[in-house]
Design a protein around this ligand. Structure first.
Ligand SMILES: NC(=O)c1ccc[n+]([C@@H]2O[C@H](COP(=O)([O-])OP(=O)(O)OC[C@H]3O[C@@H](n4cnc5c(N)ncnc54)[C@H](O)[C@@H]3O)[C@@H](O)[C@H]2O)c1
Ligand SMILES: N[C@H](CO)Cc1c[nH]c[nH+]1
Ligand SMILES: [Zn+2]
Length: 441
């Protein structure tokens, strides 16, 4: 389908001159507009996979990804053969990213803790790695070995027993050597060639060839995200990390910022998908004009310019009255990625608490966090950064508590417990305490 011409002037706005309704419309995510259709399609796919198992997963994979595919599993011989074709430069790049991501996530190791709340009462907080996790690596329009690292490294560090990787195959039924190498570094051996809602259904409910997992991680398009949300709401489904949908970037810039850098960052997220969204909040109209010119210029060099143009048609370059107004808009939008390109970037960043990940200063491209600074690039989208955190090592654990009470400890707590039980009208609760203390020690 031909991509309509893009007029960035028409996507340029002055925030204070917009009505409240227009302001809200500008901050609407494109992917959310089509949400109802997607949910219906996804519900159908989930039902078919539950009813027909592997046959449905294969049928959908043939329909969307590879018409000839006859086996979902990628066995270790096939993986090794594919990895052997990868060049050394790519291997070195993946290995360096593996090291930085590992370093940042290793530092997040949780510590069990023990607290004596009153003498004779010991409470413990403990962490246990999830036993079976599913990692979804998107593959519709780009091969993403970096996402395999972002999910595989914390799963490996946590020590999850079973780590299952799924990703849509190319038209020949293959996964990219770089993706398989990243998986290999993370010690992943269970790999399946399927994507979309059907892969999420297989991970959540299981099929003959794919045993179910407890929690599903990873980003994806609207179909993947809707499927994750659906299985998370089903008591028989699986837990999920977060709604990590189409990429988003919000840049706050003053007149000191470099328009070429800002344009490059905006394009880096716009090229992900037609439903990606990028926003620029800038204090000077002349700066916005220079960014616009840079976007036009740089678009000409981009192989994925058509995708980026479609994303830009749902994006906006917004003039704001002040950096304080920019902060307020950003906090309301809660972007996945937030780039701060202002003179006092560190101070401004202190006020910007609602974002998946911050990129501060002129030499911090958003792409740095996508690949190799060490932070995790799986981040909440759709404004969910207001409540969800960015992915980290802790997401691969479950937290539980334990307590041990001695007789004298129970004597200390008995008045509080029995009175609270009485207040709640739960006499059996009170009795469970008094019966113990009535016994001679
Ligand atoms: N938030 C994050 O952390 C993060 C990280 C990386 C990528 N991303 C985002 O992930 C997304 C990747 O999307 P993608 O499409 O390239 O890959 P994808 O793997 O998410 O989706 C491809 C699958 O979508 C399904 N699909 C496509 N059209 C369909 C239809 N009409 N009906 C039903 N199913 C259909 C197919 O099963 C196909 O295999 C992008 O939007 C990107 O921005 C987000
Ligand atoms: N920007 C994406 C997250 O929204 C992650 C990614 C992977 N590869 C490149 N970028
Ligand atoms: Zn990216």
């Amino acid at each position: 389908m031909p991509v309509p011409a893009l007029d960035l002037q028409q996507r340029t706005f002055n925030w204070s001159q917009l009505t409240t309704a227009e302001q809200m419309a500008l901050l609407q995510r494109p992917a959310q507009v089509v949400q109802n259709d997607v949910q219906a399609i996804v519900a159908d796919i989930l039902t078919k996979v539950r009813q027909q198992g592997d046959a449905a997963v294969l049928a959908y994979t043939r329909q969307f990804d590879c018409p000839q595919l006859d086996d979902l599993r990628y066995d270790s011989t096939a993986i090794a053969a594919r990895v052997a074709t990868l060049d050394d430069t790519s291997k070195a790049a993946i290995a360096q990213a593996y090291d930085t991501i590992r370093a940042f996530h290793q530092a997040q190791q949780p510590q069990n803790l023990q607290v004596t709340t009153v003498p004779g009462v010991t409470c413990e907080l403990r962490y246990a790695a999830l036993d079976a996790v599913g990692l979804y690596i998107p593959g519709g329009t780009a091969v993403l070995p970096s996402t395999a690292l972002m999910l595989g490294v914390p799963a490996q560090l946590a020590g999850c027993n079973r780590v299952v990787l799924v990703s849509p195959p190319d038209t020949n039924g293959e996964l990219a050597p770089a993706l398989l190498y990243a998986a290999q570094l993370c010690g992943i051996t269970e790999v399946y060639r399927c994507g979309g809602a059907q892969a999420i259904a297989a991970l959540a409910y299981g099929t003959d060839s794919i045993a179910p997992v407890r929690k599903i991680f990873g980003p994806g398009n609207s179909f993947v995200t809707a499927a994750k949300q659906a299985v998370a709401q089903d008591p028989n489904g699986a837990a999920i990390d977060m709604p990590a949908g189409p990429s988003e970037l919000l840049v706050i810039a003053d007149a000191q910022a470099n328009p070429a850098f800002v344009a490059a960052d905006l394009l880096s997220q716009a090229e992900h998908g037609a439903d990606s969204q990028v926003l620029l909040l800038a204090t000077e109209a002349s700066f916005i004009a220079r960014v616009r010119a840079q976007i036009e210029l740089q678009l000409e060099q981009l192989p994925r310019a058509d995708i980026a143009r479609q994303a830009l048609a749902n994006s906006a370059l917004i003039e704001v009255e002040s950096l304080q107004q920019a902060v307020a808009i950003s906090q309301a939008y809660a972007p996945e990625h937030l780039s701060v390109q202002t003179e006092q970037a560190d101070q401004l960043a202190e006020q910007l608490t609602l974002a998946g990940s911050l990129f501060i200063g002129p030499y911090t491209p958003e792409a740095g966090g996508d690949y190799a600074t060490g932070t995790n690039h799986v981040l909440p989208t759709y404004g969910m950064a207001a409540t969800y955190g960015s992915l980290g090592l802790l997401d691969f654990y479950r937290r539980y508590t334990s307590q041990k009470v001695t007789r004298s400890g129970l004597q200390q707590l008995a008045p509080a417990i029995t009175q609270l039980a009485t207040l709640e009208g739960l006499d059996a609760h009170a009795r469970a305490v008094t019966i113990r203390l009535e016994e001679s020690s």
